[in-house]
Design a protein around this ligand. Structure first.
Ligand code: IMP
Length: 197
């Protein structure tokens, strides 16, 4: 099965490929996709519909569906931020500076609870699921007191999933791929597409 992923993030594609057996992802190579919705769900749908319509006009490859995800880190002490703005928080900074900046915004003594959230939107091009739909997944945890580890991407070095003492940046990829917000949403999608029993 061939799915056009409305993202050029290779980390995400690798994570999805592990979870969705037999799916070959085509990475997005079209124009920048607008994402100005107020919620993860709005953005995921917006990206999937944009990618479907763009591919219908300009795409050369045969595909079976289009998938988009919108995800982010929601920190309770920051009233759910950066949340839907995660990709756009302190945009000029690299994550090596962005993560310490985010840590400095949480006062000592404040709750450090947080979650990664992922909403996936899927639209079938072949088959029966031609109407866009969304599916979500989340992973609960706490924000570390300092950035640790270099695996994964983005906010991984400052997020410790519940039940662990290491950050996603320190944990092995297999563990993150099992626990993550993206993994949970992708497993639900795999079930819905009949890729796993
Ligand atoms: P999106 O590509 O618009 O969905 O933006 C998601 C942003 O949320 C990314 O650029 C990261 O900053 C953050 N994010 C989402 N998922 C993860 C993850 O698994 N690890 C670390 N950061 C993530």
């Amino acid at each position: 099965m061939r799915i056009l992923l409305a993202s050029s993030n290779t980390h995400k594609a690798q994570e999805f490929e592990v979870i969705l057996p037999g799916v070959n992802f085509l990475l997005w190579s079209g124009p920048d996709i607008p994402e100005d919705g107020a919620f993860f769900q709005d953005n995921a749908l917006q990206k999937a519909i944009f990618a479907r319509d763009w591919h219908a006009q300009h795409g050369n490859e045969n595909i079976d569906g289009v998938m988009a995800d919108d995800s982010g880190l929601c920190v309770d002490a920051l009233f759910g931020g950066p949340g839907v703005l995660s990709a756009r928080f302190a945009p000029r900074l690299a994550y090596s500076e962005k993560n310490p900046l985010l840590l400095s915004m949480i006062n000592s003594g404040e709750t450090r609870t947080a979650r990664f959230v992922c909403v996936l939107a899927y639209i079938g091009i072949t088959g029966t699921m031609r109407e866009p739909f969304t599916i979500s997944g989340s992973v609960e945890g706490v924000i570390a007191t300092e950035a640790r580890g270099s695996s994964g991407f983005g906010y991984d070095p400052i997020f410790i999933p519940n039940g662990y003492s290491k950050t996603f940046g320190e944990l092995e990829a297999e563990i993150k791929n099992d626990l993550s917000h993206r993994a949970k949403a992708a497993r639900k999608l795999a079930l819905r597409l009949g890729l796993i029993p």
